[in-house]
Design a protein around this ligand. Structure first.
Ligand SMILES: Cc1cc2nc3c(=O)[nH]c(=O)nc-3n(C[C@H](O)[C@H](O)[C@H](O)COP(=O)(O)OP(=O)(O)OC[C@H]3O[C@@H](n4cnc5c(N)ncnc54)[C@H](O)[C@@H]3O)c2cc1C
Ligand code: SF4
Length: 570
């Protein structure tokens, strides 16, 4: 990797700049450098080198001071990130702490962030389901948001491109609503998950349980070995960082690949303040960066800029990029920048017990679980709410430890744990409808430690979300009962938006510059050399986990940008 003499303008000039090194930024870096473009990746956080910087990856539970739990003081200091299921003693070093990066919650919003090289790609749950045409044509069919300027056929080859390189384990399930991809062997369902799958397909037409497709190397191909990655051994300690490279992260895959090309310069501790706009040339010329440690300001220049700061942060950078031409933020001629933010609704769960299949004594260890593709309103509108939900489903069996009694009785109870019943559980993953009233904006007064305005977030659930939550619980209660599960416990799990960690929108794609910010190639309608390819570009949210789609959209746009540069169109 190159080192910079930041005093020289020449050394600060590149073909391409990528803002953010997370899930989508890693892909922009790979594709741009594969096309021979001299690329600068600017990352606000510290560097995290694959393997070397995973300090807890090989630690045993007894080696943690608090056996993996977080002390009460840490939880109290971090009410927001403390609510994320993955924030624990073994992973806390990869998360942004609440006090370090304040934001304003006009309405309650749990903003879960990871500021470091690799971003949240180190921490994700690696679920990677493709979106289908039911998703891309959803707004046009159901009359919300604006029509996507692309369809499944536009992105399908790029899903394949990304899946082959990242490595996605899955089965060919043959479902129109959840297209198959380029899969490595899928992980099996366990006995009770498989039993539920059969029960549901017999008793509920059009409903399916599949093994969740996930970004794990169940059987590495040569391209993965070339990345220096090895087979996933189902240790399921993934979000500590995997020393085997068994799951996809920018750190294990795209960034080292881009570095090998010789065209990458990666600059950690570089907080992008704004994008610079050249009024005479009518195009962006570069970015203003503040050194995270010294607060020194530097400018970097490039012909094209990819904004991949992670949805909400991408909105922040763009809103802060003001110029004579764009006084309300880059490309913001229609005043819609920051609006139509949407997310997923995870606020209901259901659990139960199963008395059968007792001959199976273990649930096995896999890095994924069961997945229930959306079945509501797919082929036609059938309920009084718009769109639908997918769901997770898993079954577990473990030892029940009785900690009752005193003295000898307590000792006996602990030393002789009994095998408990099978326990099953599901969580809802619902689409939300993008609305103008769900927005982010810059606070006019409050700034962060780098002199950048703090973000105000104002998003909330609505009546459609509530109806969907009720329907999910009713449908799953019915399916659980039909499968013979007992002690069924539906739960409304009140949570603020944000904890789904799938925030999207604010810089949406569309056909019409009057109602959208980006065109079908993710270029600003009004500033063609700036591309937004993270979640901020999403016109609607689907029910499927979004990161695979960010990666595919990024690869597509980066290759288009490289082609256009070659043709001198940019
Ligand atoms: C616990 C957890 C589980 C998840 N599970 C799944 C899942 O199963 N499936 C799925 O699809 N998604 C999942 N996600 C979400 C997934 O991680 C995100 O969708 C994805 O990482 C977003 O990619 P990104 O590139 O947009 O942002 P990020 O990966 O967050 O990367 C953004 C990067 O930009 C940097 N940055 C921000 N602002 C600036 C600035 N001003 N200047 C310079 N750099 C900046 C950040 O430091 C960061 O490194 C999960 C997330 C978490 C935390
Ligand atoms: S489950 Fe696979 S990817 Fe995750 S830590 Fe284990 S070996 Fe690594």
């Amino acid at each position: 990797m190159a080192y910079l003499n930041i005093n020289s303008i020449k050394e600060r000039t590149f073909d391409a700049i990528v803002i953010g090194s997370g899930m989508s930024g890693g892909w922009a870096a790979k594709e741009l450098t594969d096309n021979g473009l001299k690329t600068l990746v600017l990352e606000r956080g510290r560097d995290v080198k694959h393997i070397k910087d995973y300090p807890t990856a090989n630690m045993y539970p007894f080696e943690f001071e608090h056996r993996g739990e977080l002390p009460l003081a840490v939880k109290k200091e971090n009410p927001v990130v403390g609510r994320c299921y993955a924030f624990g003693e073994s992973t806390a070093h990869f998360f942004v702490k609440d006090k370090e990066h304040p934001y304003i919650q006009e309405k309650e919003f749990d903003w879960i962030r990871a500021y470091q090289v690799g971003g949240r790609s180190l921490l994700w749950a690696r679920q990677t389901q493709r979106w289908s045409d039911f998703d891309f044509s959803g707004p046009a069919r159901d009359g919300f948001a604006v029509d996507w300027p692309i369809r499944y056929a536009d992105i399908a080859p790029w899903y394949s491109h990304v899946e082959k390189f990242a490595g996605i384990a899955g089965n060919k399930d043959g479902l129109q609503e959840l297209p198959d991809g380029e899969f490595l062997p899928g992980f099996p369902l366990n006995a009770v998950e498989d039993y539920f799958k059969k029960q549901v397909s017999e008793k509920f037409k059009g409903r399916h349980i599949i093994s969740g497709r996930c970004a794990h190397l169940s059987r590495p191909e040569p391209v993965h070995l070339e990345q220096g990655r090895g087979q996933c051994l189902s240790r399921t300690l993934c979000n500590r960082g995997c020393p085997l490279g068994g799951y996809y992260s920018s750190n294990s895959s795209t960034l080292p690949w881009a570095a090998k090309s010789g065209h990458l310069t990666l600059r950690p501790f570089s907080v992008v303040h704004s994008i610079l706009y050249d009024e005479q040339k009518g195009r962006a010329s570069g970015v203003r960066v503040i050194d995270a440690n010294t607060k020194e300001e530097t400018e970097y220049y490039a012909k094209i800029i990819f904004v991949n700061a992670g949805s909400v942060n991408t909105n922040l950078v763009l809103l802060n990029s003001v110029s004579g031409r764009f006084p309300a933020g880059l490309g913001n001629d229609n005043g819609l920048l920051g609006k139509y933010v949407a997310f997923h609704n995870y606020s209901a769960t259901i659990s139960a017990e199963f008395d059968g299949l007792k001959e199976f004594t273990t649930d096995g260890r896999r890095p994924t679980g069961g997945y229930v593709p959306r079945f509501r309103n797919v082929f036609k509108q059938e309920t009084d709410f718009l769109r639908g939900y997918a769901a997770g489903f898993s079954a577990h069996r473990g030892l029940d430890r009785d900690t009752g009694g005193f003295g000898t009785e307590l000792k006996e109870n602990i030393l002789n744990p009994q095998l408990g019943p099978w326990r099953v559980g599901s969580h809802m993953m619902a689409e939300t409808i993008p609305k103008e009233s769900n927005y982010v904006s810059l606070d006019p007064d409050r700034k962060d430690a780098w002199g950048i305005p703090q973000l105000r977030i104002s998003v909330a659930y609505d009546d459609n979300d509530e109806k969907m939550r009720k329907d999910y619980l009713a449908q799953f209660e019915e399916m659980f009962a039909a499968a013979g599960f007992t002690n069924i416990q539906p739960r409304n799990k009140p949570m603020a938006p944000g904890l789904d960690i799938h925030e999207m929108g604010g810089v949406r794609m569309g056909k019409d510059p009057k109602t959208s910010l980006l065109n079908k190639w993710n270029q600003f309608h009004a500033c063609k050399n700036v591309f937004v390819t993270d979640g901020a570009c999403m016109t609607s949210t689907s029910t499927q986990n979004p990161s695979l789609t960010y990666m595919a959209i990024t690869a597509r746009a980066a290759n288009y940008a490289a082609e256009e540069l070659k043709k001198r169109n940019l």
